[in-house]
Design a protein around this ligand. Structure first.
Ligand code: ADP
Ligand code: MN
Length: 515
């Protein structure tokens, strides 16, 4: 396991691209440790000297190296549970790999094959229960798991009389040394020795141990700088476990870093991993982590509380579940948009409060927001008509109002505008849906009018064009009042009939504006 905690330890991963070696969460490099035993032995003196030197230079890392699998960097050691779970997962993965090898060996070319599938510890995309806890660990006793070599108990001897065996017994000691290899960092390849009755002499073991530890320190030093700067500290241990699990299952190849840290969410970039039968993973993904600190979400109540899709559930939910609902809402809304053909991120998977979607951008560089990009007059006009069209599609085909539409939530990519950030989007019949739409229209109109698009409708015209409603008020205040009156009418109707009115005009669909 990489000290950073989130990395696919795919045993057959070839040498990765350059970013991988720089990435704190990248797959551990396997090439750097292909040192033969002979090399280790001959370099022993040099190593000892180096060890001494490093002990002075990196005291804390050396201390941490005493614990199994931890290089003392980047892991939040305050969470013992998390550490334990991560370690367990690492064990499980290695175990599964071994299982796969055995399966292959047994089946050979035979037409009838047996499967160890049910004995695997880590199942790709294993579905979560709805519980809060991360709970994939399988504690079943496994008949295929080789017992660890026996070692002597603490008192230092076993047996009686002439059969007494002390801890200094050569065989026992050798076994013990073999078992101790488990304590080396996981990227340190120790072969299958641990599961076998292999006896390592003290001398060999010590040489290996020293080599393993100095490798760890070397790699820790390599990673030191960037690890302090990564935003993975921005997520809590539970979230990190979810992310770790996504990488571990092979769904994601690597999580490379943070794209954005907002008040309500943190967005990471990741390279997609392996496809499964039912899922193709995009080559690059964006991971939106909805923050589980609740404060920022309080003022968003009005978006979701009155959204009838979530109404029944809202009252019964605890705050953590409400945050998951934001993620769920974003997923549903993106799916609707995708179905309507609106350019937007494609949903890959939702796990609790973590939404994985396709990445808009390329080579880790996210597409610029409309507010940050300078477009030619021609592109600006093109973008305007495209947005007008998308707003209409969103309203008519997806039955949605974006509710946070502005140059901040539109990306310019591949010569067109992509809509993002739709967790707060609501249906037009939401008690404030039309007000939200009007606000969206105001943002869009102002942006394009300032941007020199002479054809840009003003906010009231745009509102009517999108909604198909025909509000005639010629000033902002009256217009707003009419919107609120409509919303109230709808609410009254709901009160009396328990059903929402359609916000579409009865005499046909609104006209679709196009270039
Ligand atoms: P919020 O604004 O609520 O924090 P957003 O969904 O707007 O969350 O995401 C924040 C930022 O992350 C966006 O402005 C954008 O730069 C980036 N981002 C989000 N989703 C993607 C994506 N799918 N592809 C590329 N960049 C994204
Ligand atoms: Mn946003």
């Amino acid at each position: 396991m990489d000290s950073v905690g989130v990395a696919a330890a795919a045993p057959d991963a070839g040498p990765g691209p350059a970013w991988q070696s720089k990435c704190p969460w990248g797959a551990p490099s396997t090439t750097s440790i292909s040192c033969s035993l002979a090399d280790v032995m001959s370099e022993q003196l040099a190593k000892e000297l180096q060890l001494e030197e490093e002990r002075t230079a990196f005291p804390e890392v050396v201390a941490a190296a005493e614990g199994p699998f931890i290089t003392g960097e980047n892991i939040d050691t305050s969470s013992d549970l998390m550490l334990a779970q991560m370690l367990q997962m690492e064990f499980d993965r290695e175990y599964d790999a071994q299982l796969r090898r055995e399966e292959k060996k047994i089946n050979g070319d035979s037409k009838v094959s047996i499967s160890f599938e049910n004995y695997r510890k880590v199942h790709p995309y294993d579905s979560d229960s709805s519980e809060d806890e991360v709970d994939w660990q399988d504690t079943r006793h496994d008949p295929y798991r080789a017992d660890k070599p026996t070692t002597t108990p603490r008192r230092g001897f076993i047996g009686k009389g002439k059969d007494i065996t002390t801890k200094h017994d050569e065989v026992v000691c050798g076994r013990k040394n073999t078992a101790r290899m488990e304590n080396f960092a996981p990227e340190f390849q120790v072969g299958d020795g641990i599961g076998m009755d292999l006896k390592l002499s003290n001398q060999v073991f010590n040489a290996l141990k020293q080599h393993a530890y100095s490798e760890e320190r070397r790699s820790a030093r390599l990673h030191e700088k960037k690890e302090h700067s990564t935003a993975e500290k921005a997520v809590d241990p539970k979230t990190r476990l979810l992310l770790y699990k996504m990488v571990n299952s092979g769904m994601l190849e690597t999580i490379t870093g943070c794209i954005s840290t907002g008040k309500e969410s943190v967005v990471f970039h990741a390279y997609g991993g392996n496809a499964t039968e039912d899922k193709v993973i995009p080559p690059e993904c964006a991971i939106k982590v909805f923050k589980t600190t609740l404060n920022e979400f309080k003022n968003r109540d009005k978006y979701i509380k009155d959204d009838y899709r979530f109404k029944d559930r809202f009252s019964k939910l605890n705050p953590r579940k409400i945050i998951r609902m934001w993620a769920e809402k974003e997923m549903h809304n993106l799916t609707r948009m995708q179905n309507a053909g609106i350019p937007c991120p494609q949903v890959v998977i939702l796990k609790k409060h973590v939404l994985v979607m396709s990445f808009i951008g390329q080579d880790q560089v996210p597409a610029p927001k409309l507010k940050d990009v300078t477009l030619s007059n021609e592109d600006m006009k093109k973008a305007y008509y495209q947005i007008l069209n998308m707003m209409q599609q969103l309203y008519r085909e997806c039955n949605l109002v974006h509710a946070d539409l502005s140059e901040y939530n539109m990306l310019w990519h591949d010569g067109k505008v992509w809509l993002i950030d739709v967790s707060q989007s609501v249906e037009p019949t939401h008690p404030h849906g039309l007000e939200f739409l009007f606000r969206d229209c105001r943002n869009v109109s102002q942006f394009f009018q300032k941007g020199g698009v002479a054809e840009a409708l003003n906010e009231r015209e745009l509102f009517n064009a999108v909604s198909g409603l025909n509000i005639t008020a010629d000033n902002e205040v009256d217009f707003q009042a009419e919107i609120e009156a409509l919303e109230k009418m709808n609410e009254d109707h709901v009160q009396n009939h328990g059903k929402k009115l359609s916000m579409f005009p009865s005499d046909g669909d609104p006209p679709i504006y196009d270039e």
